[in-house]
Design a protein around this ligand. Sequence first.
Ligand code: PLP
Length: 386
Amino acid sequence: MTTIEKFNDHVMHTYGRFDVVFDKGEKRSGIDENGKQYIDFGSGIGTNSLGFCDNDWVEAVCSQVKSIQHTSNYYYTKVQADFAEKLCNITGYSKIFFGNSGAEANECAIKLARKYSFDKYGKGRHNIVTLVNSFHGRTLCTLSATGQDSFHNYFFPFVEGFVNAKANDIDDLKSKLDNVCAVMIEFVQGEGGVNALEKEYVKQLAEICREKDILLIADEVQTGVGRTGKFLASEHFGVKPDITTLAKGIAGGLPMGACLANEKCDQVLSKGTHGSTFGGNPIACAGGMAVLNKVCNEKFLDEVSEKGKYIKNKLLTFDQVEAVSGIGMMIGITLKNKSAADVVAKALEEGLMLLTAKEKVRLLPPLNITYDEIDTGLKIFEKIIQ
Ligand SMILES: Cc1ncc(COP(=O)(O)O)c(C=O)c1O
């Protein structure tokens, strides 16, 4: 029995998988069971921020495995304390709740916002505005938050209290603020098609939230931890959300989600109101520390921006590329005559891992990808789309 047969016999068929079995990874390439190499322009959907098995990351993780792998959150670990301190220092937030995924980080943000409002104003002010075309996760609550009807099927009843506003339409937002405790945004909608919000809209939205004591939640699960060339995408927009959620690239490929809160709301989730057995797991924190040690560096982040520009400029010289979108190394590609799904499938055959986002091809390369690796990947891409 092949791995694929065994897999399909025993694992639920919730993904449309490609017929490749990955055995290992080196630097920015995955290697399948037959030894074939694939340049990685997807980083496991933005997660392997330092590529495969970065030496310092491996060392940090292995050393942690050998000392202590887990304690319940009824005790303290130094590595979680160190990681939280570093993340707070970098981002300017005052407290963090650790979970294991983006959805869990967003669940925490949603619970926090509702309790903030409940504590201050009592019941009823529980609505949360999210944007049309957003994506916030796969749990029932984060699916309910997601602003795409295609996700609102089968699992009825969905969680009440989410209202969608049109992105970049401040009047639409203003008309949807009844009984609202929070507005949740992605600065660049990732799954929704790599679309960045307009700066002026974000500024106005943040101002309205401040005036009305509505918490601003930034879902930076995909945009955070250096992906856009700043540690947080909010830095491009000149706003400081009350809550920011992170996941994906934060621990370099280990499961971790984080909900960061500012002083206005960092005491809201009190003892017994929230929890997660694995949240803040020492091994994930050690991996996260190795990521922060590399990514939180001006030169490194500038290079992410430069590489992003380099990739976009090259893409725009390809005949079949109609437009590019996104910030830093979060890139959406609109093709003239080809379907993104077909291109992604063909690219894999040719040894290049890509992603889609709606009708676009999406690139989320490892943040430390080299120019040579970029050139190799783009050559394959150009060949396929021609
Ligand atoms: C913006 C955003 N929020 C939340 C999520 C959900 O993250 P996870 O799959 O880790 O639960 C994703 C995943 O793609 C995302 O892009």
